[in-house]
Design a protein around this ligand. Structure first.
Ligand code: TXA
Ligand code: MG
Length: 340
């Protein structure tokens, strides 16, 4: 542990702990709290020193901007230079909830480190009662990335937060397991049609009911490189173990090949074919529905990391837009580790 280690308080969510958390944030401290997607690591968004502590605690590159959590549409509008028609429609349909809107930033209130050099800012109004109570107890917006070390698996419980950030943050508010279990969808509303920058707890179909939306991997958007999403690193949401995603019919071969090399193996699967006992292999069976699968995925990966698996073999998930966010996380989890 580093010399400037702090003692991390672990408190259940209640009126007293929320009030205490608000005081810690007000004084420039770091508080992890539950949202309906994953746990966030909060600092006051109007204080450069507090925001810099988030980057230090996570080991996050300074070029990767943070999401600012707000109390509602009025506060969001006050933080941005323009509030396009698409923003109005999306916020009315999905806030409070797992949707983040990237808007043109009015720069007086938000600390520049939050934006990481962008002239935009990402805003979200969370639905989780603890997150809302915390915001209500504060007089400032809260910048909060997911509460994990940079590039590793996001936390869906307070235990996950402590595993990676204990001794580096002031407090975690324990509200049990989060509901969606996967991060918010991020939509850039400064462009028209709006651009889905990150697949997430809301699907592209959900969004398309309200606005015209294109995915950032679409050709037209890729061409416009100056506006590419910052910070969406290729290897992300990644366990410590080597992670391989394979079609169902290649899982058995790959697992047996690795067992022969004396590796400790974990498997993440959803097909009934894998519902059998495999000696010495830890199998995490997940639900076959996209939203239920997403809710369980990170916890399963955390368990396999805790079991010190050398490699995790993951059954590829079905095609189809409802699986897009899960496919994106699996692709990033399986991306090669950067050279040290
Ligand atoms: O569900 C969530 O969104 C969770 C909870 C805690 O709210 N937060 C979260 O934050 O996932 P984080 O920092 O792990 O992911 C935020 C993503 C990053 O990929 C970042 O690059 C992108 O949002 N982002 C932030 N500000 C941006 C901006 N101005 N323009 C484009 N992308 C931005
Ligand atoms: Mg994150």
């Amino acid at each position: 542990m580093s010399a400037n280690a702090v003692r991390t308080l672990w408190l259940p969510v209640n009126a007293e702990s929320i009030a205490k958390a608000a005081r810690v944030l007000e004084a420039g401290g770091l508080v992890a709290f539950p949202t309906e997607t994953v746990y966030g690591l909060g600092a006051r968004a109007d204080d450069s020193r507090a925001v810099k502590r988030i980057f230090e605690a996570k080991g996050r590159p300074l070029g990767n901007p943070l999401i600012v959590h707000v109390r509602g549409i009025a506060e969001a509008r006050a933080l941005c230079r323009s509030w396009p028609e698409e923003a109005r429609r999306l916020a009315e349909a999905f806030w409070p909830g797992p949707l983040t809107l990237v808007v043109a930033c009015r720069q007086e209130v938000i600390a520049p480190e939050v934006r990481a050099g962008q002239d935009t800012v990402a805003l979200r109004m969370p639905a989780h009662p603890a997150a809302r109570a915390l915001l209500d107890a504060c007089a400032f917006p809260i910048a909060a990335p997911s509460a994990n070390r940079s590039a590793s698996i996001s936390p869906t419980s307070a235990e996950h937060v402590l595993k990676s950030l204990s001794g580096r943050i002031d407090m975690v508010l324990d509200g049990g397991r989060t509901g969606y279990g996967i991060e918010s969808a991020i939509v850039d509303v400064t462009r028209s049609p709006v651009v889905l920058l990150r697949q997430g707890a809301l699907t592209q179909m959900d969004l398309a009911r309200v606005v015209d939306v294109v995915d950032c991997s679409s050709h037209a958007v890729k061409e416009d490189e100056s506006r590419a999403a910052p910070g969406l690193m290729d290897r992300h949401y990644a366990p410590e173990a080597i992670t391989i995603v394979l079609p169902s019919n290649q899982i058995k071969f790959e697992v047996e090949r690795r067992i022969a090399q004396n590796e400790r193996i974990g498997v993440v699967a959803y097909s009934d074919a894998f519902r059998f006992h495999w000696p010495d292999v830890r199998v995490e069976m997940l639900p076959g529905r996209a939203d239920a699968y997403a809710a369980e995925l990170y916890a399963a990966l955390h368990r396999l990391d805790d079991a010190h698996c050398d490699s995790i073999v993951i059954e590829a998930v079905p095609d189809g837009l409802e699986w897009a966010a899960v496919r994106d996380r699996l692709r990033r989890a399986g991306a090669p580790k950067p050279e040290p």
